[in-house]
Design a protein around this ligand. Structure first.
Ligand code: ADP
Ligand code: ADP
Length: 212
């Protein structure tokens, strides 16, 4: 079976127009897929559905062929932590914790050992040029730095599925290149990588484009 599959997904926020309306797709290990489309079409919402953060009104999300809709919130949260890395559009860092603790957050939630995770977290911060910010609070870093820190958090668990919402939105060309390389490397390691983006240069570097 496909690593991740969306089957006839539909969604609607309270008192809002329907989104997706029966959307289907499959995502295989090893590919980087761009999700594009006009603003408001439901790209971010689609990532929340694929990442088991929202439940569809109808349809299914299948992980390794197994339907996720009927699972409890608790089981979905466990799957999310074990299988997915998520880079939110606004980075979504916890302002009360240091950058390092933000990067470690998902790993510790999953029950990983801090002494094993911390050197990996430092190595990731180093790689993305934000190691000097490890002890800073998110409020003290730039938007571009916050985005790279959020990517470090998503990559720390070596996720089999990486979902990224405009991961290069605030980045200069050099940082964009570093992020793109990391996305492809994660795919080469056997992950399915799904990227929402408006950036034609990024789309051109993906294996496939799905337009909502
Ligand atoms: P995109 O990522 O393609 O811009 P989104 O998934 O962010 O689209 O949003 C799709 C639509 O749903 C938009 O019209 C947006 O305003 C609306 N929307 C997003 N989040 C919520 C929410 N929590 N409650 C109500 N409407 C929402
Ligand atoms: P980036 O290339 O990461 O997007 P910017 O060009 O936005 O960085 O910012 C350059 C530098 O300015 C950063 O290294 C950061 O230390 C500092 N900086 C930017 N925004 C803020 C902020 N809101 N608070 C503190 N420092 C900031």
């Amino acid at each position: 079976p496909a690593l991740l599959r969306a089957e006839s997904l539909s969604f609607r926020y309270e008192r809002a127009t329907p989104l997706l309306e029966g959307w289907s797709a499959r995502f295989e290990a090893g590919e980087v897929v761009a999700v594009t489309g006009p603003s408001g079409r439901g790209k971010s919402t689609l990532l929340y559905l694929l990442g088991l953060m929202l439940r569809p009104r109808s349809g299914e999300v299948l992980l390794d062929g197994a339907p996720m809709q009927g699972r409890s919130d608790r089981e979905r949260a466990a799957r999310r932590a074990s299988t997915f890395g998520f880079v939110f559009q606004d980075a979504a860092l916890d302002a009360t914790r240091t950058v390092l603790d933000n990067v470690l957050e998902t790993a510790l939630y999953r029950g990983d050992d801090r002494r094993e995770s911390e050197p990996r977290a430092h190595a990731l911060l180093e790689r993305f040029g934000v190691a000097l910010r490890a002890e800073a609070r998110p409020g003290q870093v730039s938007g571009g730095q916050a985005q790279r820190i959020a990517l470090c958090r998503a990559l720390l668990g070596d996720p089999r599925i990486l979902l990224a919402d405009e991961p290069t939105g605030n980045l200069d060309p050099a940082s964009t290149e570093v992020v793109l390389t990391a996305l492809h490397e994660q795919a080469r390691h056997g992950a399915a990588v799904i990227v929402v983006t408006h950036d034609p240069a990024l789309v051109a570097r993906c294996d496939r484009e799905l337009t909502l």
